[in-house]
Design a protein around this ligand. Sequence first.
Ligand SMILES: NC(=O)c1ccc[n+]([C@@H]2O[C@H](COP(=O)([O-])OP(=O)(O)OC[C@H]3O[C@@H](n4cnc5c(N)ncnc54)[C@H](OP(=O)(O)O)[C@@H]3O)[C@@H](O)[C@H]2O)c1
Length: 266
Amino acid sequence: MSPFFSVFRGLNHQAYTGHLPDLSHSSYFCKMEKTLIISGGTKGIGRAIVERFAQEGFTLVTCSRHAEDLTHLAKALKEKYPKIKLHTFVADLSQKGEVLHFAKAALEAVPQIDLLINNAGAFRPGDIATEPDGQLEWAIRTNLYSAYYLTRALLPPMLKRKKGHIVNICSVASLKAYPQGGSYSISKYALLGFSKNLREELKDKGIRVTAVMPGATWSDSWKGVDLPEERLMAAEDVAKAVWSAWDMGPSAVVEEIVLRPQQGDL
Ligand SMILES: NC(=O)c1ccc[n+]([C@@H]2O[C@H](COP(=O)([O-])OP(=O)(O)OC[C@H]3O[C@@H](n4cnc5c(N)ncnc54)[C@H](OP(=O)(O)O)[C@@H]3O)[C@@H](O)[C@H]2O)c1
């Protein structure tokens, strides 16, 4: 794979948020640029998170399978935040080789990792009895192995610094079975299991781990669905929750976040 690569360089955008500065996290206070590596930052929840952290002056690294979407993302962010530093790569994270290639490129692009968000994932409906052969393998590669391999590749520098935060975007499908959940739900249960194990492993190593379980959230997955806007959550609300988990003092960790539409699951 030859990664498409683009980067916007300039002074980091610094936004004073009005909080008392937190020594371990505030780029305002220590002037060190903070970095976020997030998979699948071009659309939906990932895109909203990218926007939220861009607003806070983070240096960003992201990927998706489509170069054109990454170019559009870079253009839009550059217009809004002219000083932003953004590194984008084309990578299909359902392929182990491409995950490792992305991880290597990301490590070369940023001096350190403050936050890793395993967001890339995809939904295909199906019941276990009738979904196509190979759907479980596809779901596990896309929704679990992507996060597992990326985390393993990026952990060594975090462990060395004894600092960092890993957020895994799971789902309410990690908590509850539902019709047509099939292999997607199995893979999201597994991702929550991954997240819980990681939390235990890293609690005495200075690295925080957060599992986010969103319910139905407007994104491409819901395109064309005939429902009023307020029936689903906005991706920006998930991004706000992720930001608040990041924005804790150094002695606290938000282990799990469950977010649902006000009217409940669909
Ligand atoms: N929306 C919901 O209702 C909902 C609810 C609970 C959990 N979630 C979870 O939230 C995460 C984001 O979902 P979303 O609804 O925001 O999805 P989305 O709008 O389809 O966006 C997914 C993002 O991930 C990228 N991506 C997908 N497959 C990839 C792959 N194999 N390799 C690299 N990048 C890939 C996509 O870009 P490309 O397509 O260009 O690769 C895109 O940037 C997923 O893990 C999903 O399971 C979503």
